[in-house]
Each structure stands twice: as C-alpha cells, then as structure tokens.
Design a protein. Structure first.
Length: 117
C-alpha cells in the first residue's frame, strides 16, 4: 500500500487545515486508517484513527473536540480536519494504514503543519 499525504502548511493559531491521504496499491477498506504526528526529538504519537467501515473514530485526548477524521472509501482517501489549531499542534503529520487502532504497517511521507502564535 502506498500512501500520499497532503494539505499541510502554515496557519495562525485558531485557524484550520484539512489533511488528505490517498492510498493506492491495496484494498483501502481493509485497513484501519490513522493519523500520527512527530516533532523533533520526540516519538511519533497517535492523533486519530477511523475504522474500516468509517463507523467508528478514535482520538488522542489532546485533539478531541478539535480534530475530525473521516474517510471516503470510494476515493481511497482519509481526511483530518483540524480546527482551533494551537502552536503545540505543530508537527509533521503522517497517515498510516494498519490492522488496529494506533498501529500502522504502511506510512505516508508526512506533511508539515506549522501553527504560529
């Protein structure tokens, strides 16, 4: 499975961004899709995940109520809508495809989100 993430950029605190991740080369609906993020010197951390059917979503406490994960199986794409962004959300965001929540066997290339104060 190949994953291509896009949508990162520079935004002011309180602003919004939407990340997209399109999959190819596999059966998109077979995977739990997730978003993770990483800052320099820290381990990659879980942000959000969505079940194979899209019926269930999961969030890290730090983003709950501000971020929304969704997917379109027909387009093989998962999205992360990020609202009320904070400077501490600044990171490289990665999409991942795996077998369970918090796991990824396949990774996208990462897209940088920078939130200025």
């Amino acid at each position: 499975v190949q994953l291509q993430a896009s949508g990162g950029g520079l935004v002011q605190a309180g602003g919004s961004l939407r990340l997209s991740c399109t999959a190819s080369g596999g059966t998109f609906s077979s995977y739990v899709m997730g978003w993770f993020r990483q800052t320099p010197g820290k381990e990659r951390e879980f942000v959000a995940a969505i079940s194979r059917s899209g019926a269930n979503t999961y969030y890290a406490d730090s983003v709950k109520g501000r971020f929304t994960i969704s997917k379109d199986n027909a387009k093989n794409t998962v999205y992360l809508q990020m609202n009320s962004l904070k400077p501490e959300d600044t990171a490289v965001y990665y999409c991942g495809a795996g077998l369970w929540v918090g796991n990824a066997n396949y990774w996208g290339q990462g897209t940088l989100v920078t939130v200025s104060s």
